[in-house]
Design a protein around this ligand. Structure first.
Ligand SMILES: O=c1ccn([C@@H]2O[C@H](COP(=O)(O)O)[C@@H](O)[C@H]2O)c(=O)[nH]1
Length: 231
């Protein structure tokens, strides 16, 4: 069994009716919802209120990555919304993450500040070739996790495959938020560093982010309930 409050459902749609139907289909389960670029850019900040009104915690996943001043002020604006988690890209650097952390603190309601390490769609080979970061992707993730922790973030986004390394490096209380979750019978799509929900749980993830295996299922509620049962 997987505790519902460890699951963050990625509401990656741009159609308003589809969004409402999805949120309604999840009602009654203690899952979080994730508002990402697709839905936020299409429908705007009201979607956060709509998720909160239905009783869901909200992870606003806009992955800010810009100069420190812009990110600090951007995070300050986002913290006026009733969000429970927000994020930046660790590759933006320590000064940028520190400004984001200061903005969260100053906001008074303190959503968790999470930094993206290496996207779960990135392989070691791609990272070596395109980013010119040598070595294994796990080492880069652990490096960015420590940088994020030292800069005042509460946790990181990584694949479940890196959770043990992050916890060893940053301590058990540093949060891990892990997309790249695929039930055994689901397509990987563009995700590269993946595990099943049960393996993510065994590896010690704090929150697992699941999108298409639920949102593109014929019956999203049933798909969620299968995952909760550990199937
Ligand atoms: O490294 C990352 C960071 C964020 N994501 C986001 O998570 C969901 C995953 O959706 P699936 O449909 O389950 O693949 C999506 O919103 C991404 O933007 C990520 O996948 N990897």
């Amino acid at each position: 069994m997987i505790p519902a409050n460890k699951i963050i459902v990625a509401l990656d749609v741009s159609d308003e009716k589809k969004l409402h139907d999805l949120m309604d289909s999840l009602k009654g389960h203690e899952v979080w919802t994730k508002i990402g670029m697709e839905v936020f850019y299409a429908l705007g900040p009201k979607v956060i209120h709509e998720a909160k009104d239905r009783g869901f915690k909200v992870f606003l996943d806009l992955k800010l990555h810009d100069i420190p001043n812009t990110v600090g002020k951007g995070i300050a604006s986002l913290c006026k919304l009733p969000i429970d988690m927000v994020n930046v890209h660790a590759a933006g650097g320590s000064e940028m993450m520190k400004r984001a952390a200061e903005a969260v603190k100053a906001s008074g309601h303190s959503p968790l500040l999470i930094a993206v390490t290496q996207l779960t769609s990135t392989t070691t080979e791609q990272m070596n070739r395109e980013q010119k970061i040598m070595g294994d992707v796990k080492d880069s993730v652990a490096h960015f996790a420590k940088l994020a922790q030292d800069s005042g973030c509460d946790g990181v986004v990584s694949s479940p495959l890196e959770v043990e390394a992050i916890k060893a490096f940053c301590g058990k209380r540093f949060y891990t938020v892990t997309p790249g979750i695929r039930p055994a019978d689901s397509a990987a799509n563009d995700q590269k560093r993946i595990t099943t929900p049960m393996d993510a749980l065994r590896l010690g993830t704090d929150y697992m982010v699941i999108g298409r295996p639920i949102t593109e299922a014929a019956n999203p509620r049933e798909a969620l309930e299968q995952i909760l049962k550990g199937q």
